[in-house]
Design a binder for this molecule. Structure first.
Ligand SMILES: NC(=O)C1=CN([C@@H]2O[C@H](COP(=O)(O)OP(=O)(O)OC[C@H]3O[C@@H](n4cnc5c(N)ncnc54)[C@H](OP(=O)(O)O)[C@@H]3O)[C@@H](O)[C@H]2O)C=CC1
Ligand SMILES: O=C(O)C(=O)[C@@H](O)[C@H](O)C(=O)CO
Length: 276
């Protein structure tokens, strides 16, 4: 199955569908990521904070898949914001992953109370220049945080990874990103299972119409919205199911019905008020 790619503002191409490993236990990560690679995934989203970069790295090494056929994202945790601490953090992540370079390095949260995200962004520019990552971006940045980066730097983030699912469609953030050439990644694309998205009639009726599961409908909604998406699952069967979303297309009416579920419900922290 060929996964479509999205071309980023720095010219790199990222597979639109990947595999996220938040809350995948460190001692299970190698097996779970190996299964995902076996199922066909070529894009893995991890983070220093997930404490499972070693398992991701071992699965990649064992897979024998050529490095240039894989997209690996990791993220700089909030405690590591700042110039020297960012340089040290990428080196630690590369060491754990067993890689010389990641494909994407993100500032995980703006963590505004630290007052360091602009300085940290400038450090990421240097990390990219040193060849330790192919692309740089941010996560959980609101338009006003991005505007501060634009004012202080020549580099527009390639990506902003934000909470995004049918209950939180993030129209304002998406419009701002589109205007500035920033691709959007959806985290918590299935609502983290905390919100009963799978039981919404708008989702179940589309699932019945296409003979697929509610999770496949929601993943397809992200794909058709040109979003980059990497659902997490511990189950090899659900991993295969989540990857099998290119054999059907939601109609314009089905897309509009799911769009209409947006009521601004977050399942995660608000980036402006989070204090971690
Ligand atoms: N930048 C950031 O701040 C954040 C980034 N992320 C990234 O985004 C990724 C995805 O988001 P995440 O928070 O994991 O949440 P998701 O929206 O991907 O939801 C994961 C939940 O959905 C369940 N699930 C997955 N597939 C299916 C299916 N086919 N049918 C039924 N249930 C299913 C999983 O259960 P089970 O495992 O039992 O299948 C799990 O409970 C993360 O893994 C991480 O890489 C996530 C949070 C914050
Ligand atoms: O999973 C991530 O990438 C996150 O940043 C979040 O889970 C975050 O750590 C959080 O939810 C804190 O409560």
């Amino acid at each position: 199955m060929t996964v479509p790619t999205i071309t980023l503002n720095d010219g790199n191409s990222i597979p639109q569908l990947g595999y996220g490993v938040f809350l995948v236990e460190p001692d299970e990560t190698e097996r779970i990521v190996s299964d995902a690679l076996e199922a066909g995934y070529r894009h893995i989203d991890t983070a220093a904070a997930y404490q499972n970069e070693e398992g991701v790295g071992r699965a990649i090494a064992k897979s024998g898949i050529p490095r240039d056929e894989l997209w690996v994202t990791t993220k700089l945790w909030n405690d590591d914001q700042g110039t020297q601490s960012a340089f040290d953090a990428i080196d630690r992540s590369l060491e754990k992953l067993g890689l010389e370079q990641v494909d994407l390095y993100l500032i995980h949260w703006p963590s505004p109370h630290r007052g360091k995200y602009v300085e940290t962004w400038q450090a990421l520019e240097q990390i990219k220049a040193a060849g330790k990552t192919r692309s740089i971006g941010v996560s959980n940045f609101q338009p006003h945080h991005l505007q501060e980066l634009f004012d202080a730097s020549e580099t527009i983030p390639a990506i902003n990874q934000i909470e995004l699912h049918p209950k939180l469609a993030q129209q304002e953030a998406r419009a701002f990103a589109a205007k500035h050439g920033i691709a959007i990644e959806s985290w918590g694309p299935l609502g983290q299972g905390k919100y009963p998205l799978f039981e919404m009639p708008e989702v179940t009726s589309a699932a019945e119409a296409h003979g697929v599961t509610p999770a496949q409908v929601i993943i397809r909604w992200h794909i058709q919205n040109d979003l980059i998406v990497f659902p997490k699952t511990n189950s090899p069967e659900r991993a295969r199911q989540n990857f099998d979303v290119f054999g059907f297309e939601l109609t314009a009416d089905e897309m509009a019905a799911i769009d209409a579920l947006d009521d601004g419900t977050r399942v995660g922290p608000d980036p402006d008020t989070a204090t971690f």
